[in-house]
Design a protein around this ligand. Structure first.
Ligand SMILES: [Zn+2]
Ligand SMILES: [Zn+2]
Length: 272
C-alpha cells in the first residue's frame, strides 16, 4: 500500500494537491481552472471522475477557482468547514447542494479508509485549515498559507512522514521588493504567509518527529526563488546533522506544472 501526495499547482496563481491512498483519491483545493485541473490530473494518470472529493483549505481564489465548474460538471463532493463554505458561496453561487459536505475544524472524519484531520492555521481567511491524512499507518500533511509557526498546526502535522509545507517568501526580498506597504505588511504579518526561514525552523522540529519527505510549497513569484527556498531549508537541515537526500528528501513544488510526487510505503518516504 502506498500513499501518494502530488502538488499539481502551487503558488498565488493557483493551488491544488492530489492525494491517493487505499483506493481513495482526493484533491486538496482546486485553485486553477477546471480545464487545467483536469489536464494536470490526466498527466499523472488520473481521470477527474475517479476523484472521491475535493477538500478546501480556505476560500481565497487561488484555492477555489476551479471548484464551481468541477462540481457542476462532475458532481464531485466538496468538503469544507462552515466559515470556508460561507466565503465560497459569497463568490460562487452555482455549487449544487448535493456536492456540499461540511466538516468541523479539529474533528477527524473519514473518506473511505483515509482519516482526515482538518486543523486550524493562522491566515487571513474565514476559517482556514491544513489537513493531516492517516491511512494504514502512513501519515502525510498539507500546511500552506500559514502566517507564523504555532504549536496548534505544528502538533497536527507532527509525525507526518511526508509533508507539503509552505515556503512562501524570503523576508529580505519582500522588504526590498516592489510591493506596496499594505501588501508587504499582509505577507509578513501573523496571518499572512510562512517565510523560508520559518519553514526551515518548523521543518527542523518536524524532522525530529519523523518527517522524511517535504515539498516546499506556495512560493511567491516575486519574493522568492526555488533555489533560495531549497537552499535555506537544506542548509538548516544539514546544519542539524540531517543528510538531505537520504535522511530527508526536499523538493520544491512548482507554480504552474505538476511537481515531484511524495510517496510513502510503510515507513519509507521518498520523492521520485
Ligand atoms: Zn490564502
Ligand atoms: Zn494561497
Amino acid at each position: 500500500m502506498r500513499m501518494t501526495l502530488c502538488p499539481l499547482f502551487s503558488g498565488s496563481s493557483g493551488n491544488s494537491i492530489f492525494l491517493s491512498c487505499g483506493g481513495v483519491r482526493l484533491l486538496v483545493d482546486a485553485g486553477m481552472s477546471a480545464a487545467r485541473e483536469e489536464a494536470a490530473l490526466r498527466e499523472i494518470g488520473v481521470d477527474v471522475r475517479e476523484l472521491d472529493g475535493v477538500l478546501v483549505t480556505h476560500e481565497h481564489v487561488d484555492h477555489v477557482r476551479g471548484l464551481g465548474v468541477l462540481c457542476r460538471k462532475y458532481g464531485l463532493p466538496v468538503y469544507a468547514n462552515e466559515g470556508t463554505w460561507q466565503g465560497i458561496l459569497e463568490k460562487e453561487s452555482g455549487i449544487p447542494a448535493r456536492c456540499v459536505r461540511t466538516f468541523y475544524t479539529g474533528e477527524d472524519f473519514y473518506i473511505g479508509g483515509v482519516d482526515v484531520r482538518p486543523f486550524a492555521i493562522p491566515h487571513d481567511a474565514n476559517e482556514p485549515v491544513g489537513f493531516a491524512f492517516s491511512c494504514q499507518g502512513m501519515r502525510c500533511g498539507v500546511a500552506t498559507d500559514i502566517g507564523h509557526i504555532s504549536s496548534g498546526w505544528m502538533d497536527a502535522v507532527s509525525g507526518c512522514q511526508a509533508l507539503v509545507l509552505e515556503a512562501n517568501h524570503d523576508v529580505e526580498m519582500v522588504e526590498r521588493g516592489p510591493y506596496p506597504q499594505r501588501l508587504r505588511r499582509r505577507i509578513l504579518g501573523r496571518n499572512g504567509h510562512l517565510c523560508n526561514a520559518d519553514c526551515a525552523k518548523a521543518l527542523l522540529e518536524l524532522a525530529k518527529k519523523g518527517t522524511r519527505a517535504v515539498s516546499l510549497a506556495h512560493l511567491s513569484a516575486d519574493n522568492n526563488l526555488p533555489e533560495l527556498a531549497y537552499n535555506t531549508v537544506c542548509e538548516a537541515l544539514s546544519g542539524a546533522g540531517y543528510a538531505v537526500g537520504s535522511d530527508i528528501s526536499v523538493t520544491v513544488a512548482r507554480r504552474d506544472r505538476v511537481s515531484d510526487m511524495l510517496i510513502l510505503e510503510g515507513e519509507e518516504a521518498d520523492a521520485v
